[in-house]
Write a protein that binds this ligand. Structure first.
Ligand SMILES: [Zn+2]
Length: 405
């Protein structure tokens, strides 16, 4: 059945269209964007009255950790959950993310092997609500991650160990592998400078992933790590906070193939957090303050040179729960000098390019992943943080949330 959403202002992924329009959806795609006056001509369509609200593409979370348990509906104070609880939390997080207007998510790594592949299949089959998901598995670091049950394939040194990992991931149906190329100051002070992989290992990762048709996502802070990520052909680089001029130049040289997501959400949340006395967040806060200061210069400079910079930022910690993801848009405005329209484009059209799908635009022939927003997000992106203001959520032409009658 066709659906007609009429009398809406449209943010199409790039900008606000002039005047009001109607949008016709057939099957899972946008059939046409019509003038508002042609609303009566589409016989038999299910009609949604826009009443002058704003229709925009569903948002894309470029740095999703759906297995990090905490969401706005349930906070966990432990990071690693038992397997049965992990599945419940992950399935819930997918729904929470969709409830908050995110119709696509690119995984930045999971706390369980296989779980995101199962989730992506379940979402695709309509068994459970959630965004379109590029699934990943355990984040790979050569020595393994503390407290995470890894198994041989997820660590080990040398190019062959990496090739084994990539071919395992291909067999499992993973879309993007996550390589932890830099250490992490917020967890282990002083380690962000560390480069965890050798040149040979990263070259092998790049080659194997290309052959397998897998994407690579990278956690990288300093120039050497950024350089390795780029040479491996990473689809996306997270953080990059300590990029120097040469690293920024290298990112720009790769800008047609590689996306950048600074991930400020977790930094701002760490700075604002007021933990109980027995939890020491001082290192995390110091690291966050330093990174925000650096990124406040780096991000606008890279944007001005045409880098595709995306929102998304390590949501899933108790102090940064899933469901607050749209905060990143406001942070881009407040800290990185984005206009609201530029922040929206980062969250929609550019995120859609990361997904490699026809999403992130309101455009004829594109997938009907759409939000109807009460208000004008092109003036004020903060309204996207209030899920009550997202009157309608549609994914692939199917309503996840119907507007109140
Ligand atoms: Zn992350």
């Amino acid at each position: 059945m066709a659906t007609l959403i009429r009398n809406v202002r449209i943010f199409d992924g790039e900008g606000l269209l002039e005047g009001e329009h109607s949008v016709l959806i057939e099957g899972d795609r946008i059939a046409s964007v019509l003038p508002a006056t042609s609303q009566g001509e589409v016989a038999g369509a299910y009609v949604i009255e826009g009443a002058g609200r704003t229709l925009m593409p569903g948002m894309v979370e470029a740095h999703a950790h759906l297995t990090w348990g905490s969401s706005v509906e349930k906070i966990y104070h432990q990071f690693i959950l038992p397997a049965d609880e992990l599945k419940i939390a992950t399935w819930r997080n997918a729904r929470v993310l969709l409830d908050h207007g995110f119709t696509s998510a690119y995984s930045a790594g999971a706390l369980g092997d296989g779980i995101e592949v199962d989730l992506a299949r379940a979402i695709e089959a309509g068994e459970t609500p959630g965004p379109r998901l590029i699934p990943s598995t355990l984040e790979r670091s050569p020595e393994g991650a503390e407290g995470v049950e890894t198994g041989d394939v997820f660590n080990g040194r040398g190019p062959d160990a990496i090739r084994n990992f990539v071919s395992y991931c291909k067999d499992q149906g993973i879309g993007s592998i996550k390589l932890v190329v830099s250490g992490e100051d917020a967890l282990k002070p002083g380690t962000a400078k560390d480069v965890l992989y050798t040149d040979e290992e990263m070259a092998a990762a790049g080659e194997a992933a290309r052959e397998a048709g897998l994407w690579i996502a990278t956690h990288a802070y300093y120039p050497k790590a950024i350089d390795l990520a780029l040479k491996a052909g990473a689809r996306i680089i997270y953080h990059a906070s300590y990029a120097n001029e040469a690293a920024a130049d290298a990112m720009i040289a790769a800008k047609d193939a590689t996306f950048y997501a600074p991930s400020p959400g977790v930094s701002i949340a760490a700075l604002e957090a007021t933990p109980p006395p027995h939890i020491d967040m001082s290192h995390m806060k110091a690291s966050a303050a330093e990174r925000m200061e650096l990124e406040a210069k780096l991000v606008p400079a890279l944007k001005a040179r045409g880098m595709r910079i995306l929102i998304g930022g390590d949501y899933g910690f108790p102090f940064n729960p899933i469901g607050r993801n749209a905060r990143d848009l406001q942070i881009f405005v407040d800290h990185f000098g984005y206009s609201p329209v530029e922040a929206l484009k980062a969250a929609t059209a550019l995120g859609g390019e990361l997904m490699g799908l026809d999403v992130g635009r309101v455009k004829e022939g594109w997938l009907a992943d759409l939000l109807l927003v009460d208000g004008d997000p092109t003036q004020d992106v903060s309204i996207l943080q209030d899920k009550a203001r997202i009157a309608m959520i549609m994914k692939g032409g199917v309503l996840h949330k119907a507007p109140a009658a």
